[in-house]
Write a protein that binds this ligand. Sequence first.
Ligand SMILES: Nc1nc2c(ncn2[C@@H]2O[C@H](COP(=O)(O)OP(=O)(O)OP(=O)(O)O)[C@@H](O)[C@H]2O)c(=O)[nH]1
Ligand SMILES: [Mg+2]
Length: 465
Amino acid sequence: MSGNIKAFLRGFVYAAKGLWHCIRCERNFRFHMVAGAYVLYFSRFFAFEKSEYVALMLTIALVLALEAVNSAIEQAVDFICPQQNPLAGRIKDIAAGAVLVCAIFAFIIGVVLFFNPAVWGQIAQYFVSRPVSLVLLAISAVAAVLFVFGPKNKKKNQQGLNGGFMPQTKSAFIAIVGKPNVGKSSLLNKMVGEKVAIVSNKPQTTRARITGVLTRGETQLVFIDTPGLHKPRTKLSEYMVKQVKESVADVDAAVLVVEAQGEGITKAEQDLIASFEALHLPAILAINKTDLLQNKESLMARIALFANAFSFDAVFPISAQTGDNVDKLIEELSKYASPSVHFFDDDAMTDQPERVIVAEIIREKLLNNLNEEVPHGTAVVVESFKEREDGSLIDIQATIYCEKNTHKGIIIGKGGAMLKKVGSEARLEIERFLGVKINLQCWVKVKDDWRNRESLIKNFGYNNQ
Ligand SMILES: Nc1nc2c(ncn2[C@@H]2O[C@H](COP(=O)(O)OP(=O)(O)OP(=O)(O)O)[C@@H](O)[C@H]2O)c(=O)[nH]1
Ligand SMILES: [Mg+2]
């Protein structure tokens, strides 16, 4: 019996802790508390009926209770739903809508009850004739403003309540964005510590979102490498640009990668900055390829240029190639992690299936060995991936698609020399990646203008769903 009473009383302690948490972390809750207190204070000047007092108290209680419930729903949604789920945002909006409806009604009730100019005239006289009361009122107003706006909204970094209700682990989703060829995929690979995204010196190497995962202790950072933002000229590039926009909308923070050398801010970079502003997305500026810089003064000018365009949370001159300053960038990004389960195994580095990585490695070798439009018009599909029974070898068959017969000739090369070169470079890297010998066979096929054909784009793995 005494155990039951203890459990019953413990419920009140949890409730009090929850209330304290609301006051500490929720600015809107504090605002409504203060508004309620002033309403009650000024109500003493009005000769309200008992029923009017009841209506007033109930309205204040309802607004505060809904604010608390709204906060609980927001946190539950953040806790349960992976950030990518668009439904999560909608659930939070609906909960906030309920508070808004209640606050509007509370406002109307307030106006109806307090609309009496004669009484307000008397109240003004009351304070004018009592300077001490006027000063106290002014002091309380300043204290109220400090109380409401002083403590930060701490939703992101809250400590667990109820003795471990919140998970001990933390995670954050970070989009890596920028114009093509600035080194986004190189940075992803450096941060993850493994090559999970292909890299080339040609723009528009990355075509789809690539997830890279870094888990250090309790913190898991999920990086989303994106295609370089550019003006789309084909249906495939429309898909690529859409990938960037969707990525930015679904993360906790973004890293804008720009090159250390360069004139102004490009249109793509301006567009990305505008999207950070529109989404209120915190962003960090990574100024890459500093290893190529001759003088550091130009770096200062570059930092000033971007810092004037947007208030970045931090700026890091880095080199994705040498790894310079990348660890510091990771440290900074860890600050965006909030209590949450880990969305990937702690030893995972990417969510891409082996087949996709193999196809991407072959495409990378095509990009590195071919020039002009030819590599941009290629797509690679792994048709079969079979491990021999004794585990000694994996047989891989891949098809390289290109857009024109002339391109097919270039890819195969004189006497098959180019295809042989691409195949052998790809084989070595795939063997390193899979840790087992492979037998790689590549065929080349033509699919006219496939980059503008929706069904083929989907077949080649660039799926909009
Ligand atoms: N010198 C130097 N080169 C770099 C650095 N980071 C990347 N690169 C080179 O820049 C080129 C582009 O790198 P990627 O990582 O493919 O660039 P990206 O931004 O992912 O390009 P897209 O996928 O086309 O948007 C490659 O040749 C890289 O080797 C760096 O820090 N220093
Ligand atoms: Mg890339």
